[in-house]
Write a protein that binds this ligand. Sequence first.
Ligand code: AMP
Ligand code: GLY
Length: 424
Amino acid sequence: MKILVVGSGGREHALAWKIAQSERIQMVYVAPGNGGTALDNRLQNVPITDPLWLAQFVQKENIALTVVGPETPLAAGIVNIFRDQGLKIFGPTKEAAQLESSKDFAKAFMTRHAIPTAEYQTFSNIRAAHDYVTQKGAPIVVKADGLAAGKGVVVAMTLDEAHAAVDLMLSDNRFGNAGARVVIEEFLEGEEASFIVMVDGKNILPLATSQDHKRLQDHDQGPNTGGMGAYSPAPIVTPAVHARVMREIIIPTVQGMAKDGIPFTGFLYAGLMIDKNNHVKTLEFNCRMGDPETQPIMARLKSDLLGVLEHAVSGTLDTVELEWDRRTALGVVMAAAGYPDAPRKDDVISGIPAETPECVTFHAGTTLAGARLTTSGGRVLCVVGLGDSVKMAQRQAYQAVDQIRFDGAQFRRDIGWRAIKRPG
Ligand code: AMP
Ligand code: GLY
């Protein structure tokens, strides 16, 4: 059987790596893929990104099923295009992807269906937005409405920062051009976790829990990034919290989307804020898997992902039970010099250790030219260690990180610190 994975990041490398482990696989294509997917002889890169061309490629190669990694093609309607041509694809339609592509859509949806989230208002008028900030006070959170590759959120600790964020995001509207919108919402305190499920329109299959590390530097300092490391499972998501998230957030979301006439299919990612009383609120929805969360999650998945995906596109996820490696998987992202603002390219990478049962390295911003592997993006690698405890998984990951070399490499030394600090 032939499968196509759409995307080029570490998430897509991990998905393709896992799918390729199925005995029934003939070839996993990755479009466009990266240096790591080029190096793996069970995977083949395809230099196509346009959804219409991809659909044509799938028809020509007789590819059985397509899985989409990133949000951009989903928001552009790749699922609608494939389905119109009768092609099997796992992901949300353009309409359902609005849960991620429009913060205002997501907030209005959550309000309509009584799903817990921060109190908010949406503005396109710059003066009204400033007045609301003044009235509410700081800390306060200002979010651009559309997709902003993780850069559209300002957690403002002072009123000055909040007003500056409003100016920045609504400056186009200053002269009556109401193109842009911002969501301004209540600042929430607590610990974040990533809760990802597979949805077939009706049935829900939760994946293992995980926790990301958004800031660039140790001790959660420095600028926000796409994610500098993640581990699974996340001990903050106790069985009681898990049940609560399913009951209060995930089930009402899937049922609400179906009720609104836009059933959700695909990976659904709820970014959670869990407070000290174990109350949970939704920070955001993503209509895809997380990156780097996918890397440790896939490293722990024992079930055949191909079979699960077949059930997902057939509407029979209720018949699936997933099996997980009991160990912790912990992924450390190695990023390029200059990340996140202006990542440098073309640094030569060496020393990536061979995969073992305790460690696997997934590529993201890498390019293979002949035998030469170079950096070509912000997040370059995600090195995943597995161990019986978070500490042991951490040790495995950093042992490998310490062997890998490229000029200007940036990575955190403390991935997993919250779980390690946790009592009991
Ligand atoms: P988002 O893209 O909406 O997940 O926001 C990016 C990051 O900003 C989140 O991972 C949080 O760390 C932070 N954030 C977003 N919304 C809030 C909020 N209402 N309160 C506190 N922090 C937030
Ligand atoms: N790691 C956060 C995300 O994928 O959105």
